[in-house]
Write a protein that binds this ligand. Sequence first.
Ligand code: DAT
Length: 178
Amino acid sequence: MTSHTKGPVIIVTGTPGTGKTTHSQLLAGESPVPLKHINIGQWAKERDLYESYDEEWQSHAVDEDRLLDELEPIVAEGGVILDWHTCELFPERWADLVVVLRCDHTELWNRLEKRAYPLKKIQENNQAEIMEVVLDEARSSYAAEIVVELKSEGTEDLESNVARIVQWINTWIKDSEK
Ligand code: DAT
C-alpha cells in the first residue's frame, strides 16, 4: 500500500513503561534499512509543541495539529519509527505496521514505580493496560492485518520481538521492490 521510499513507517505503541523506547532503539540498530526513531514525547518537547502542563497528572498535552503538520513530511518519505503511548491521532495512511506492546500489570507497576511517577499516574496507566486501552485504540484505527500485539515482559521478549519486526521489514522491502 505504501509510497514510502526510504523504508516502512512503524508505529510502536503501548501503555507507558511497556517498552516502546527500548524496542524502538534496538530496532533502529538492527533494521536492514535505516529507520529514524522518533520518540514523540521528546520530539514534541524539543519543538515546543506542548499546549499545557497538567500539574496534577504531571503530564503535558501536545498540540496535535502542529505535531501532525511537522511530522507529515518526515513520515511521507518513510523509514520512521513513531514511538508514542497513543496512536489514534496518526492518519491511517501513515502506518505500514502498528506494534502494540503489552506487559503484565505487576511488572508494569514496578517499572513505573522506578520512574518515580506519582501513585495516581501509576494506577491510571496500570488500569489502562489491564483494560487494553491502547490495543483497542490501535484496532479501531488501523486495518487488522497491520496491527500486531507483542508481549514485552523480559529481555527474551524484546529480542524475539525485534527479530520478528526485522523479518517483517525484509518482507516489506521485497514487496516494495516488485
Ligand atoms: P516506554 O517507552 O514504553 O515507556 P521503556 O522502553 O522506557 O518503555 O521501558 C521502561 C522500562 O522497562 C525500562 O527500564 C526498560 C524496561 N523494559 C521494557 N521492556 C522490557 C523488556 N521486554 N524486557 C526487559 N525490560 C524491559
